[in-house]
Ligand binder design. Structure first.
Ligand code: SAH
Length: 220
């Protein structure tokens, strides 16, 4: 039996969550495993208590340091695109943020590695994942633009902040045939792309327009 806070009441209740899942389905999310995980995970524990009542709206919310927890639709879409791209065994996430996308991934793949440049966000995410007993996650405070060479190659990579273009450093940390889902482009004209590593480099396809915070350099 999950504890009371994880279960939620009122605006964080199972009924409210179910409405969000319906919305995601209407918006075109088809992967039932992804929908099941999003139905189960308490997103309200990944935002400040003051914002908990808005946790099951389909919108991005502030998490401090000028950063946001991604919109549920976007989390679902990126996860679905990654799984459909080959069902990776290990996934690198760049931009842990609140840890919500991390928790979704950890519920669906064997092992997740996630890098965050803001130390306090990384620490907070770590506490949440621990509380949810998601133990197949390793977090690191560092510059995710460099990937995580010690654990490479990864079957999948998800980037939750937008670089200007497809980062070669990250492509090189994919397994052959491995898949990376990421937003690229300037803040006002970003697109979500899916990249596959090939023997000769990579191929990519554009999925849809998106809005993300920019991928920044250095750590804080
Ligand atoms: N998946 C997160 C998204 C958070 S927003 C969530 O849903 O909560 C993107 C995150 O990427 C921010 O926390 C930001 O600090 C982080 N970020 C930006 N540039 C980065 C970099 N170079 N390395 C690691 N993290 C970075």
């Amino acid at each position: 039996m999950p504890d009371k806070r994880q279960q939620g009441i009122g605006m964080t209740s199972q009924r409210t969550r179910e409405r969000l899942i319906q919305r995601l389905e209407e918006a075109g999310i088809e992967n039932q495993d992804v929908l099941d995980v999003m139905r189960r995970l308490p997103r309200h524990l990944f935002v400040d208590e003051a914002l908990a009542s808005r946790a099951y709206e389909d919108s991005a919310l502030p998490i401090g340091h000028g950063q946001t927890i991604s919109q549920p639709y976007t989390v679902a879409r990126m996860t679905e695109a990654l799984l459909d791209g080959g069902g990776p065994d290990t996934v690198l996430e760049v931009g842990t943020g609140s840890g919500f996308q991390t928790a979704v991934l950890a519920s669906l793949v064997r092992r997740v590695y996630s890098v965050e440049r803001v130390a306090s966000l990384s620490e907070r995410a770590g506490r949440r994942l621990k509380k949810l007993q998601l133990r197949n996650v390793r977090l690191r405070h560092g510059d995710g633009a460099l990937g995580w060479p010690e654990y490479a190659p990864f079957g999948g990579i998800i980037v939750t902040a937008a670089p200007a273009g497809i980062p070669r450093v990250l492509v090189n940390q994919l397994t052959m045939g491995g898949c990376m889902v990421l937003p690229i482009g300037r803040p006002d004209q970003q697109v979500l792309v899916r990249v596959f590593r090939t023997e000769t480099g990579y191929t990519h396809e554009i999925l849809e327009p998106v809005t993300f915070v920019p991928l920044l350099g250095g750590v804080v």
